[in-house]
Design a protein around this ligand. Structure first.
Ligand code: GTP
Ligand code: MG
Length: 324
């Protein structure tokens, strides 16, 4: 499966007219599935519905997709649709159980120059490879990625270089990446909510990169007094991403710059932040990157749900991410 399963229209719900449907779409709720995973608070605050109406709508949506009846077997079935994107390094792929997964959010954290952005570029290229080469493309369906750049470090030239190294057409590869530069957290949140719309328009988006997810949050919310507010907004942003990952079978790769070692680092612990919320079938992974000798980089997988905590070494070359 890819994301061709088209969810039923919002208008199919009794009581939802075109006006309410429009309002729901404006906040990123495009389908019955999206609605079923929304919170009452969200519908009251952002859509302006009454609390009772909001509750009723969510319950109806849940019933329609049979969420109330889901079993471990349903989870197992959904997991069967998980696909993996190669990182370009076998060692790193092995560490991750075969590559980065769809229906998952991967947080890559590490200090400056550790390779977070390079991996983001590489994944945006690799997802476009045919399946037998570690991507998600099939002959009749090219794959697209969304690249959200908050730091201005995206380089199309680097994409071109990586594409050439894999015998992909550089121009096509670039055309299959939606590139959005964002300047503040409000816009960042809104852009992510527009992604389901792109998918419904027929774009086969299977990867979202946000480099970095935290920079604007750090810059805008400074000081102790606003920490709770920042965390709340970031949590909602993460939930939006997990929802997309889960509903549309998409991989989400986000970066997070931290200053020191994982033991004593200081920054935002993203996965911890969403830890309490089991969102549909989405899973989270954390990779800690650090610099090794010369061009090598060491990746450590932390807190993965079903994989041991291990390390892998790879290198960053002119061709991209490769084995040592
Ligand atoms: P911050 O965003 O500053 O936190 O760092 P980062 O973790 O995103 O690091 P990034 O992915 O930008 O890694 C930078 C490193 O990648 C450089 O120090 C180079 O070693 C390597 N690199 C980047 N571009 C190239 C390239 O075109 N060729 C080669 N061989 N290496 C590259
Ligand atoms: Mg970077």
């Amino acid at each position: 499966m890819s994301n061709e399963k088209v969810p039923t229209n919002l208008e199919d719900l009794p009581g939802v007219g075109p006006k309410t449907a429009k309002k729901l779409r404006e906040v990123g709720i495009y389908s019955i599935q999206d609605l079923a995973m929304s919170s009452v608070h969200e519908l009251v605050e952002k859509v302006g519905l009454g609390e009772e109406t909001a509750k009723k709508l969510i319950e109806m949506a849940e019933e329609m997709i049979g969420k109330g009846l889901s079993t471990a077997y349903d989870f197992y079935q959904a997991r069967k649709n998980v696909e993996k994107i190669t990182t370009g390094s076998h060692a790193l792929d092995d560490l991750l159980g075969g590559g980065i997964e769809t229906q998952a959010l991967i947080e890559c954290f590490g200090e400056f120059g550790s390779g977070k952005t390079q991996l983001g570029h590489q994944l945006a290229v690799n997802v476009q490879l045919p399946k037998e080469m570690g991507g998600l493309a099939t002959p009749d369906s090219p794959v697209k990625a969304v690249y959200i750049d908050t730091e201005g470090t995206f380089r199309p030239e680097r994409i071109e270089q990586m594409a050439k190294a894999l015998n992909l057409n550089p121009e096509e590869t670039l055309k299959n990446i939606f590139y959005i530069k964002v300047f503040n957290t409000d816009y960042q949140v809104r852009v992510v909510r527009k992604i389901p719309h792109l998918i419904h328009e027929g774009h086969n988006i299977r990867l979202i990169v946000i480099d970095s997810i935290t920079a604007h949050f750090r810059a805008e919310y400074v000081g102790r007094g606003v920490l709770a507010e920042r965390q709340q907004k970031l949590n909602q942003h993460l939930r939006d991403l997990l929802k997309i990952a889960s509903i549309y079978n998409v991989a989400v790769y986000v970066t997070n710059q931290v200053m020191a070692k994982p033991e004593g680092f200081f920054g935002l612990d993203l996965v911890q932040a969403v830890g309490g919320h089991v969102l549909a079938h989405a899973i989270t992974y954390r990779i800690f990157l650090r610099k090794g000798k010369e061009k090598t980089r060491i990746a450590r997988l932390i807190d993965a749900p079903h994989l041991p905590e291990r390390e892998a070494i790879f290198r960053i070359s002119d061709e991209g991410i490769r084995d040592v």
